[in-house]
Design a protein around this ligand. Structure first.
Ligand code: FES
Length: 247
């Protein structure tokens, strides 16, 4: 019996070497060195360094790969291997705002599949594409651990909960018109590049904005409080017998 495997990771592939453009400058190199210096083993800094590259170049650029390899004394192949493994790293320029729609099981059955089809029609682009004006890029994302707010969308990695096609229209129109947009549980939406700079370890001062937990996540806590339920005190839990520990 033969079958066909269909991947939703349309971004799979190598770094785009046909586009050699880059805005990485001496200041970027200083910041890349700062990030590397934060770690006892410098190469542990590669992930945040790649986020800084994206904040500058809007993607993982060939020059960004070379800069990381040079500063960490590793090969460009090793850097490319990491950059092409994680879907948060983009081989083509993301839009001013990067939108994700979760279509993993729970979001899918709660409307995520219909939502991503609607967003594609609305924007006139496919998954892993960017609108012609560079405003919005679209990605199909895997479970965001926000299933209690399904279906969820993300804008520049911030949560937009309990989405519907109508709410998606309002959101996308607001982003396209540069209106202020607030995440359901998080900060005001900045640009994707600014968000990438935060992920590189340069805070923008917005981490305390907005609610960090929503009602659906807190419901279990409230029920436990009403019933006087408490988690066991770890110190009062007897240690396992040696033979159990060995199993
Ligand atoms: S399935 Fe979408 S957040 Fe978990």
């Amino acid at each position: 019996m033969s079958g066909h495997f269909t991947t939703h990771f349309d971004e799979s592939g190598d770094i785009d070497h046909s586009d050699q453009s880059s805005q990485i400058n001496e200041q970027t190199m200083v910041e890349l060195r700062q990030i590397a210096a934060r770690y006892p083993q410098a190469r542990s800094a590669l992930l945040p360094m790649l986020h800084l590259v994206q904040s500058v170049d809007g993607r993982i650029s060939p020059k960004g790969i070379e800069a990381c390899a040079e500063l960490l004394d590793i090969t460009t192949a090793q850097v490319s291997g990491v950059a092409t493994f994680y879907t948060m790293y983009k081989r083509r320029p993301a839009g001013q705002h990067h939108v994700g729609v979760c279509t993993t099981a729970l979001c899918a059955v709660m409307g995520g599949d219909a939502l991503i089809a609607h967003v594609q029609r609305k924007l006139g682009i496919g998954v892993d594409e960017t609108t012609a004006d560079g405003k919005i890029s679209l990605e199909r994302v895997e479970c965001n651990a926000a299933c209690d707010f399904a279906p969820v969308m993300m804008v520049n990695w911030e949560f937009m909960d309990n989405m519907t096609p109508e709410k998606a229209d309002e959101l996308l129109d607001a982003l396209a018109n540069d209106e202020e947009v607030h995440s359901s549980r998080g900060a005001r939406i900045t640009s994707w590049r600014e968000a990438e700079r935060v992920l590189a370890g340069y805070p923008d001062g917005r981490s305390d904005e907005g609610p960090t937990a929503g009602e659906a996540s807190l419901l279990g806590l409230r029920i436990a409080e009403e019933n006087g339920w408490r988690a066991p005190d770890p110190d009062s839990v007897p240690a396992p017998a040696p033979e159990e520990e060995a199993k």
